[in-house]
Design a protein around this ligand. Structure first.
Ligand code: ARG
Length: 299
């Protein structure tokens, strides 16, 4: 299954991985231990066994779709480490490490850094004072980096990362506490197609999305609340939480193959399929610009 368009004439950075490669972290220490978004309530704890079961089903589904899953070691006291999308933004062999806004998650970064270094990535830390939550807030669609800011990441951090990568960035202001990361309300499916939930963005961001994404698909409120936009894309396969029937129907008409898997235990923390994964070889929809690693790897 071609997961990166090598047919393009764009001198893109190519991944060293030869198939979709995804970082996940088993939920051994996952739980609702603090409240940093409106989905989280310590009064509504996650069920340990169900969490493990649901994570296992997602893992198995992604493997069945041809993904190579790499695992990060779970760490006691870091319940949100399971949301690997927030470890950083991967671009070629470089990873821009997160600088979490909330102290509760800041302890994750040394573990993320160590994992990436052991796995031959070059890690880059943002200057102090910038907030940046990795692939939770920064998503390529084509050659453009779409960057959510205000809730967790700062607009200046996004500008800094884009200038390092050498790509165009479209900053998008997030306005709803429930959609606090860009990947909760926006999901690139291919280089010209993305899902989004319009009320999560300010008016300017809505206009920017319409102007810059040729095929923009709005999801319904009830399905946005099921984290429909927090989808994992593997080739033309799209994996979401359960109960997103309208989205799944629409995906079929556009030539995608939808899959559902129960992730309610993770919704309690404000996360779903996409948050539990980090693409190490690049998103389906992304074209990493050649400037990213300093050198373009030729085809
Ligand atoms: N409880 C986590 C937080 O609030 C959930 C993170 C979900 N990750 C994501 N990429 N949206 O930070």
């Amino acid at each position: 299954m071609p997961h990166r368009s090598s047919e393009t004439s764009h001198p893109a950075v190519r991944s060293r991985f030869d198939r979709p490669t995804i970082l996940m972290c088993p939920p051994d220490h996952y739980g609702i231990e603090y409240e940093i978004n409106p989905w989280m309530s310590r009064a509504r704890p996650a069920d340990r066994e169900r969490s493990k079961e649901q994570w296992g089903l997602l893992h198995a589904l992604l493997v069945s779709l041809g993904a190579d899953i790499r695992l990060q070691e779970p760490v006691p006291g870091l319940p949100d480490l399971v949301f690997t999308a927030n470890a950083g933004l991967v671009c070629g062999d470089v990873v821009y490490l997160s600088r979490f806004r909330h102290a509760a998650r800041q302890g994750e970064t040394p573990y993320d850094k160590a994992w990436f270094e052991r796995n031959e990535f070059r890690t880059v830390s943002l200057p102090e004072g910038f907030d940046f939550e990795g692939a939770g807030d920064a998503l390529f669609c084509g050659e453009t980096l779409f960057a959510g800011y205000h809730m967790r990441s700062s607009a200046t951090a996004m500008q800094w990362v884009a200038s390092q990568i050498g790509c165009r960035v479209i900053p998008l202001q997030l306005v709803s506490g429930y959609y606090y990361h860009l990947d909760t309300c926006f999901c690139p499916l291919d280089t010209e197609t993305a899902l989004y939930y319009p009320p999560a963005f300010d008016e300017y961001a809505n206009k920017a999305l319409v102007a810059h994404v040729p095929n923009l698909i709005a999801v319904a409120k009830a399905e946005a609340e099921r984290f429909a936009c927090n989808a994992v894309v593997v080739g033309r396969h799209v994996v979401t939480n359960t109960n997103c029937p309208q989205l799944h129907k629409m995906l079929l008409t556009r030539g995608f193959t939808p899959h559902e898997t129960p992730l309610d235990e993770f919704l309690k923390a404000g996360g779903s399929a996409k948050c539990l994964t980090l693409r190490l070889d690049g998103e389906e929809a992304a074209i990493w610009p050649a400037a990213a690693n300093g050198v373009a790897k030729s085809a």
